[in-house]
Design a protein around this ligand. Structure first.
Ligand code: RP5
Length: 171
């Protein structure tokens, strides 16, 4: 039996309620053959665990951390403050303000500690995975080839949708 690959990406969510969105991240990574660890850890509710996880992330073989949180979304900033790995932040829609609170509290990091913040919600969850693949692809030719194929497939889909629309408009 082949040994299971060690995960290179960590997905860290502030709550299990973020999972319906962050499942898109895990599934997109899987499309590229990338294993991920998924953890629930909160900057506010379990600050010790979140800090410890980030501090040990390099030692544990991770190359990228993807964080996700809603509301006063400090998780990604805390993770970024405790690791030298790139941290990608997904703002999750909270219970009010339509995700603007999560977006601003994730993106507005002080100089020296970036969080690569993607779009709010599902699009961001998918893009976080794509960005992680692109980051890791800088040192991995096979991943770069997969990214090229992914982009080609995406373009093909758009062109097919356009052809279908043109037909409908003509008919
Ligand atoms: C954040 O608060 C979590 O990331 C989640 O998006 C939000 C609400 O958490 P729950 O109250 O649903 O656990 O920390």
């Amino acid at each position: 039996m082949a040994a299971k690959k060690r995960p290179t990406v960590a997905i860290v969510m502030g709550s299990k309620t973020d999972w319906p969105v962050m499942e898109f991240t895990r599934n997109t990574l899987k499309e590229f053959g990338i294993e991920s660890t998924v953890k629930v850890m909160s900057a506010h509710r379990t600050p010790h665990e979140a800090t410890e996880f980030a501090e040990n992330a390099v030692k544990n073989g991770y190359q990228v951390i993807i964080g996700a949180a809603g509301g006063a979304a400090h998780l990604c900033g805390v993770l970024a403050g405790h690791t030298i790995l790139p941290v990608i932040g997904v703002p999750v829609k909270g219970w009010s303000l339509d995700g603007m609170d999560s977006l601003l509290s994730t993106v507005q990091m002080p100089k020296g500690v970036p969080v690569a913040t993607v779009a709010i919600g599902k699009a961001g969850a998918i893009n976080a995975a794509i960005l992680a693949v692109q980051i890791m692809g800088t040192a991995d030719a096979a991943l770069r080839r997969k990214m090229t194929a992914y982009k080609k497939a995406m373009a093909k889909e758009v062109l097919a949708a356009d052809a279908e629309l043109q037909k409908e408009l003509e008919g």
